[in-house]
Design a protein around this ligand. Structure first.
Ligand code: HEC
Length: 448
């Protein structure tokens, strides 16, 4: 396999498209519970809201309404029942048949049954004395207090309407020595306008966006160098973090961390969406350093296929790419990326006997870009065949499709498509991405 197809990070463009979410037979479960008293808000519903919903449904977060008090929640009872029964809330798109993920927020069948029964019973308040103590939402960081907070130096103005080109801001870190980052979190100042953000680590020797302004917002189309304009969305720089509404911060297991070379810059790539109200955003990234040097370094790799050509009107067009792992690595997480015609995305291991093991299958949704973290990191040996498969819906049945008559190829605007299967692996701490790609079986490819 060619090195280019399976390696360094490029951008994350964004948006993907929806597919119906399977229904769960919650109703039949409530039937068994017919003899039990109707659930009450304080005793039965509020604990579920605290555990699974309030991280988004509270003031200052992306969801449109708070679900903290009875008064706030009651008018939504019917919609809540619909949303949990159809599994549209909380948002999660992994096919439950494959893999286990530590950040899976799905409700249990019993929790769904409780919510549905509560709505059916007329959303009774119950007894306030049964209420759990209010969840103390950390208004600042979810990670432990950051050792370093990096804020975009200039606010980015966001118009009330229309599309906003990806906006970049380059921020020098001024680290005089190399650093290991144990956890990292992005906090937008205007939550409602940030569709996604990717923060890259640009090492001092990187040529990427070298002529772009530092400390000021800019977009690719404003760059004077045509080559730099073209490459704005493509980089070999490693990712520090990916943010989307509701996404959990990056927190690496003990003994694993991201490497930030001395004198690196952070490059914020922001995708803003408009919502009728003009605003401005100055996002911050919080970094917690590892307390001791880690054993393993986390790097973000990708399986991508630039050669995709999606015919007009195709409603289930399949594109795949395979790669062979050049060295041993611990597989940690996945982050699939497509645009508005995306329908499904899958990561597989193709075993030597030809059998295929599905690691993750995602039913894509236009609004949500999520990462999927393995509940149990998986040791993979050099030579393991990894495969990513994407399916696209270029038909007119796809409500997000801007033009079903178009033959769609690779491009960073959402009218074009992408096929990128990002995934994180941990490798020995002394290895960098380039050494990871040196194969023992390649001429001149001896390592260690
Ligand atoms: C990751 C963030 C997130 C989590 C977690 C989440 N929501 Fe939402 N919710 C949203 C956002 C954003 C919207 C509005 C946009 C949309 O509907 O997709 C929304 C919309 C809704 C709606 C309105 C749907 C409609 O028909 O208008 C309901 C009801 C709802 N959520 C209930 C819940 C419940 C109940 C939970 C917990 C079991 C939950 N949500 C968890 C982010 C979240």
């Amino acid at each position: 396999m060619k090195r280019g197809a399976f390696g360094a990070a490029i951008s994350a463009g964004f948006l993907a498209s929806g597919v119906a979410v399977p229904l769960l037979a919650a109703a039949s479960q409530t039937a068994h519970r017919g003899d039990i008293a109707a659930p009450g808000f304080y005793q039965d519903v509020l604990p579920i809201l605290q555990e699974k919903c309030q991280n988004c449904h509270r003031p200052g977060q992306p969801a449109p309404m708070a679900l903290i008090t009875y008064k706030q929640t009651r008018p939504w009872a019917g919609k809540i029942a619909d949303a949990v029964r159809s599994k549209t809330m909380p948002p999660w798109f992994a096919d439950p048949r494959y893999g286990h993920f530590s950040n899976d927020p799905s409700l249990t069948a019993e929790q769904i049954a409780t919510m549905v029964a509560w709505a059916k019973a007329g959303a009774p308040e119950g007894n306030w004395q049964d209420a759990p103590s209010p969840r103390n939402w950390n208004t600042e960081w979810h990670i432990s207090p950051p050792d370093k907070i990096v804020q975009m130096p200039e606010a980015v103005p966001i118009p009330a309407r229309g599309e906003v080109e990806y906006t970049y801001e380059i921020v020098p870190l001024h680290f005089s020595q190399d650093r290991w980052v144990q956890s990292a979190e992005l906090r937008p100042s205007s939550w409602a306008h940030v569709h996604h953000a990717v923060v890259y680590i640009r090492p001092p020797n990187s040529e990427w966006l070298r002529h772009a302004p530092v400390g000021k917002p800019f977009t690719a189309s404003t760059l004077s160098d045509p080559e730099e304009r073209r490459q704005a969305h493509e980089t070999t720089s490693d990712l520090l973090l990916v943010y989307a509404p509701g996404s959990a911060p990056e927190e690496f297991p003990d003994g694993m961390a991201k490497f930030v070379p001395a004198e690196s810059d952070l490059v914020f790539q922001m995708h803003y969406t408009t919502n009728g109200e003009a605003a401005s955003d100055r996002s911050r990234a919080g970094l917690v350093f590892a307390k001791s040097p880690p054993k393993q370094r986390v790097i973000t790799l990708q399986l991508n296929n630039h050669a995709l050509i999606i015919p007009p009107e195709a409603d289930d067009f399949r594109v795949e790419v395979q790669g062979t792992l050049p060295n041993d690595a611990t597989l940690l997480s996945f982050f699939p990326h497509m645009h508005v015609r995306g329908k499904r995305f899958e990561y597989d291991i193709v075993h030597d006997d030809g059998s295929v093991e599905i690691l993750l299958r995602v039913n894509y949704h236009f609004h949500w870009q999520l990462s999927y973290r393995l509940a149990e990191p998986r040791e993979l040996q050099a030579g393991t065949k990894l495969r990513a498969v994407a399916w696209y819906d270029n038909s007119r049945n796809n409500p997000h499709n801007p033009d079903p008559e178009k033959t769609v190829t690779w491009g960073d605007q959402t009218s074009s498509e992408m096929m990128v299967g990002f995934f994180e692996v941990a490798v020995p701490a002394g290895m960098d991405k380039w050494r990871f790609f040196i194969r023992h079986d390649e001429p001149g490819g001896k390592t260690n």
